[in-house]
Each structure stands twice: as C-alpha cells, then as structure tokens.
Design a protein around this ligand. Structure first.
Ligand SMILES: [Zn+2]
Length: 71
C-alpha cells in the first residue's frame, strides 16, 4: 500500500508523449529518466515534444480526496 500524498503528481510519472518515466529535476522541470528533456522514440529520434507527465489517473473535476490542485 502506498499512502496518498498531497502532491499533484506522483514522484515519477510516465511521459504523456513517449511513455518514458519522467521526474522533476532540481529546478522543478520535468525530465525523462534518461536525463533527456526532449522526447525520443525507441530509435532515438527526436519527437519534438518535451517531458510532460500524464495527468494522474485520479484527476477529477472536483478536488479528489481533499487534495488541493497545484494551480
Ligand atoms: Zn517524453
């Protein structure tokens, strides 16, 4: 069991563009676990998009479980 935290996103999320795991760097910018900001496909070609986490599966119109949205 994982406790539900107050963060909007889990610490590591799949990229919405390429599916790679993404996490925040020291500046709070999303970066892939491959330490690349840009998305690449499985052949290493640039996809023209940047690391961006998928929205949490629990996204709802109302505040879920009392969690305050970040914005
Ligand atoms: Zn990506």
């Amino acid at each position: 069991m994982r406790p539900v935290t107050a963060s909007t996103y889990p610490r590591v999320s799949p990229c919405r563009h390429c599916g790679l795991a993404v996490l925040r760097d020291n500046d709070g910018v999303w970066i892939h676990s491959t330490l690349s900001y840009v998305c690449r496909d499985r052949y290493g070609a640039l996809r023209g998009s940047y690391a961006n986490p998928e929205p949490p599966a629990t996204t709802r119109l109302g505040p879920p479980f009392g969690v305050q949205p970040a914005r």
